[in-house]
Design a protein around this ligand. Structure first.
Ligand code: ADP
Ligand code: MG
Length: 482
């Protein structure tokens, strides 16, 4: 057995997500990203003596919303605790967290792997405040501290150690990000740090029940980097074990440019945080009505929409999942349904030409320049066989975008692309086409039936795409087989 196959990878993820509130967790300072350093810092953020925190109800609402969608049990009796440590970007000298008593327990996220569906179990989701930011690269001699982020509300989503491949970790994070964006709990922007992930990684022999010693990799600023870091860390750990070397429990950092991890600190150096209940904040209760209200206000989730699209509109599994992939596409599709009943064609058009156009122009589907009604007319003309899809999705679509006053019929007529159904015109093109390749016609007649496509293509070319291709194939077969 290859030595890599003896081992099982075990990963648990800790994801910090910044809640989309306008103000901080315990005061009214703004949470807007990108403001000048230290402009969103009241005496409460700065931990001046005598200031008192006050809980932001919206943050609790968002945490409960996320917990509800992720099938967690919601804790009714909650309190915050202090996690004590010293760091320059932590003016209070402690972080207010719920690490010891999370607001959401258990739950799971379903991912679809190559092997099928898997539920990745969650351990908990808890609320906590963010720290400020130490900036090392703006001054030659000093480290600067920006406290705008201090006190911004976060949820930490912690999985059980049940992830067994880098691909699963990738799928989990992709799905989690999709969900938090969908329900407006967090913008999921990893570059701006509103979603951050640490990966706990260990290996063990296959069949082994106890967990191996883990390393925790920090500073993973994209989902792709989480995947890459897990892959190289797995190899490194296996190599250590194979060489009979000891794995030390430690915190490592990932360097994306070099694709390596390196040690930051070992378990021995890790601190004792001396947690105790936060005396400045009262415990808070969550009522059944509060949870009920949040549940009732939830938008339909992607999975529900997907099932609806399959059952109500007969879309394929694949098309339905693409259409339900993001809210913008869903609303585009839903709007189109008011103007046309060719559901499958609408889905095909969105997945195909509409998305292609948006990608080329680097715009969101929200900014697609053609209104739904005109696009629907174009789709209906195509479905009625009056224009062919190729012409419709390129020439006519572009003409409609360039000439906002035209409708689909006018554009098709102006471009002379209305399909010719008249058999005499089609016969004319067919005669010309066949006459231009007598050798091929002979080959066809002696059995090379695959050439039919070539003839059809030639007719299409001669008609400049105007010939109705069903009609062309019908007449061609008659002519060639007599
Ligand atoms: P802490 O709170 O000290 O960071 P936890 O025990 O709560 O540690 O675990 C943090 C994360 O590490 C969780 O996602 C958990 O699943 C994961 N984890 C714990 N032990 C292991 C291990 N041996 N291998 C991989 N992941 C682990
Ligand atoms: Mg941790």
């Amino acid at each position: 057995m290859n030595h890599l196959e003896k081992y099982e990878l075990v990963v648990g993820l800790e994801v910090h997500a910044q809640l989309s509130t306008q103000s901080k967790l315990f005061c009214s300072d703004s949470t807007t990203f990108g403001a000048d350093p230290n402009t969103q810092v009241s005496p409460i953020s700065l931990a001046h003596p005598g200031t008192l925190p006050k809980i932001n109800k919206k943050a609790i609402e968002l945490a409960v919303k996320l917990g509800t969608v992720l099938h967690c049990e919601i804790e009714r009796h909650n309190y915050f605790a202090r996690k004590n440590y010293f760091y320059p970007d932590l003016p209070k000298g402690y972080q207010v967290s719920q690490h010891t008593a999370p607001i959401c327990k258990g739950g799971y996220i379903t991912v679809i792997t190559e092997a099928g569906e898997r539920e990745i179990l969650l351990n908990r989701i808890h609320l906590e405040e963010d720290a400020g930011k130490s900036i090392h690269d703006v001054d030659e001699y000093y480290t600067c501290v920006d406290l705008n982020r201090a006190g911004v509300p976060l949820v930490e989503i912690v999985t059980e150690p049940v992830i067994h491949s880098s691909e699963e970790a990738f799928l989990f994070l992709t799905e989690l990000r999709k969900i938090i964006r969908w329900i407006d709990v967090c913008d999921g922007n990893m570059e701006e740090g509103s979603m951050r992930c640490d990966a706990n990684i260990s290996i063990r022999l296959k069949g082994e029940k106890t967990l191996g010693k883990r390393v925790e990799v920090k500073n993973l600023n994209s989902i792709r980097n989480v995947k890459k870091a897990i892959e190289i860390e797995k190899e490194r750990l296996i190599e250590l074990v194979e060489k009979n070397q000891i794995i030390v429990q430690e915190t490592r950092s990932y360097d994306a440019d070099k694709n390596v991890t390196f040690s930051l600190r070992s378990k021995e150096e890790s601190e004792d945080y001396r947690y105790f209940p936060e005396p400045d904040l009262p415990p808070f209760q969550i009522s059944d009505e509060f949870i009920e209200q949040i549940k009732n206000a939830l938008p339909p989730l992607p999975e529900q929409l997907k099932q609806k699209y399959i059952s109500a509109y007969n879309l394929s599994e694949y098309d339905a999942s693409l259409i339900s992939a993001d809210k913008e596409t869903v609303s585009f599709f839903d709007n189109m349904l008011n103007h046309s009943h060719h559901y499958k064609a609408i889905a095909n058009w969105i997945i195909g030409p509409v998305k292609e156009y948006c990608n080329e122009e680097k715009i969101s589907i929200v900014d697609f320049p053609l209104n739904e009604k005109k696009l629907a007319e174009l789709i209906d003309l195509t479905e009625a066989g009056q224009i062919n899809f190729n012409n419709a999705s390129t020439k006519i679509l572009h003409s409609l975008i360039a000439n906002p006053n035209q409708n689909a019929m006018e554009a098709s007529q102006a471009l002379n692309l209305i399909q010719e159904k008249d058999s005499s015109a089609i016969e004319q093109w067919i005669n010309e086409a066949l006459a231009s390749m007598p050798e091929k016609v002979k080959e066809y007649k002696s059995g090379k039936k695959g050439l039919l496509g070539l003839f059809a293509g030639e007719v299409k070319k001669r008609s400049k795409g105007k010939a109705d291709m069903q009609e062309v194939t019908r007449i061609l077969s008659i002519k060639l087989n007599n």
